[in-house]
Ligand binder design. Structure first.
Ligand code: MLT
Length: 429
């Protein structure tokens, strides 16, 4: 017999079906709850709400498991490339060599942006945060490709938007940095692969020869893979919600970029680095800051520790920690911030206070260190996260569209004033 959940309200009993995912996650399907009972559920922050059924990413927070389309993140980080993972997330299968070549070729062909996009840069203050520019310019692609707003796009038209976005985001992202620095903007080089081309656009100057370091390319590939999707996190839910109104892919992803910018979400890796710098400036005594973190009367918060869904460890953090060690030793970097990070990590992993509260270093804790080691400035960290997360956002937007999901329209429990009559301004006190 199919499992169901019984609910008793005002002495009356209701039955709701239980739905089960392929990994045996169970959910009570309350789609008919309001119709049948007049009640709604309230779940602030949606921690107990499955907003959708999705076949893209599986995450088990208790066991520390993360898989894209069934493939363990550990295997993908070790053996795949970012573009291959993007294909996997977006199209649901690992590509054949011919499919991968075609996908890479299409992306490479679209790396140029309209010259008018270049002009938009002039309208921003040069000190603008790169995320402000990134979200605006990604949204502006809707103005350059107005047909992308249509609710009836064919498969080919959706694919074209996917390719354009994958290609142009790296050019725009690199240019946000160049604009910030007052450097000339570099046009993409289509003889390079995705990550190498991004590094070239970020770091080269028209006046000098730029050598691409394969160790840095490989570290970047890994970082982008690790960030590529994370099921229904805040920015992804935003992309799906905005997209559910039939907004364009560019507009939906732009909204996701804004959500990601928040310090509670993607802005966290920037905050980790700033915290490490503050500790260094204070003299580098990590035990002092560990004590501050434990003191409930102290406003200091240890950034980059613990995670909303991982209860024991963040599987991405394990991979990224190893990668950070490898990159730093390969590049011969002796970073005093890394020493501080390692001391904090050790303290947290051995201190009862942190163990009890399951406060272990998460992916943001280490990603900033690698970004710093490969020369990415702090205010670009969240842009790097967005670059990595793009295939996930695209895959989730596409899945939502293909499944013809209805427009997202949550309800509320109203807590305001009861009906009252309008009072003229002269009678108000
Ligand atoms: C993410 O990768 O999106 C973050 O870890 C946040 C989250 O999943 O809630």
């Amino acid at each position: 017999m199919a499992e169901s959940a019984e609910l008793i309200l005002d002495g009356k009993s209701y039955s709701f079906p239980v739905t089960e995912g392929t990994e045996h996650e169970k959910a009570i399907d309350i789609a008919k709850l309001r119709d049948q009972t007049g009640y709604i559920t309230i779940d602030s922050g949606y921690k107990n709400t499955g907003a959708t059924k999705s076949a893209i990413t599986f995450l088990d927070g208790e066991e520390g498991i993360l898989r894209y389309r069934g493939y363990p993140i550990e295997q993908l980080a070790e053996q795949s490339s970012f573009i291959e993972v993007a294909y996997l997330l977006i199209y649901g299968k690992l590509p054949t060599q011919a499919e991968l070549d075609d996908f890479s070729h299409q992306i490479t062909k679209h790396t140029l942006v309209h010259e008018d996009v270049r002009k938009i840069f002039d309208g921003f203050p040069s000190a603008a945060h790169p995320m402000a520019i990134l979200s605006s310019l990604i949204c502006s692609l809707t103005a350059f490709y107005p047909e992308s707003v249509s609710p009836d796009l064919s498969k080919e038209e959706i694919d074209l938007n996917v390719i354009r976005l994958m290609a142009k985001i790296s050019t725009i992202a690199a240019w946000t940095y160049k604009n910030n620095m007052g450097h000339p903007l570099n046009y993409p080089r289509n003889d390079l692969d995705y990550c190498a081309n991004f590094l070239y656009m970020m770091f080269s100057f028209p006046t000098e020869k730029y050598e691409i370091d394969p160790r840095i390319v490989s570290a970047l590939n890994k970082l982008l893979i690790l960030h590529a999707d994370h099921e229904q996190n805040c920015s992804t839910s935003t992309v799906r919600l905005v997209g559910s109104a039939n907004a364009s892919l560019y507009g939906s992803v732009s909204a996701g970029i804004n959500a990601l910018w928040g310090p509670l979400h993607g802005g966290a890796n920037q905050e980790v680095l700033e915290m490490l710098q503050a500790i260094q400036k204070d003299g580098g005594d990590t035990s002092k800051f560990i004590a501050k973190a434990k003191d409930k009367n102290d406003s200091f918060r240890l950034m980059g520790f613990g995670h909303r869904v991982y209860k024991n460890f963040d599987p991405r953090a394990k991979i990224i920690k190893k990668a950070a060690d490898e990159v730093l030793s390969a590049l011969g970097i002796n970073d005093p911030l890394l020493k501080i990070a390692q001391e904090l990590e050790q303290a947290a992993l051995t201190d009862e206070y942190f163990i009890e509260r399951k406060l272990y270093p998460n992916v943001d804790f280490y990603s900033g260190i690698i970004y710093r080691a490969i020369g990415i400035p702090t205010e670009m960290f969240t842009v790097m996260f967005a670059l990595g997360r793009l295939p996930g956002w695209i895959a989730q937007w596409k899945e939502m569209r293909e499944n013809k999901e209805p427009i997202g329209r949550p309800r509320q429990v109203y807590t305001g004033e009861l009906e009252r009559d309008y009072v003229g301004i002269e009678q108000r006190s």
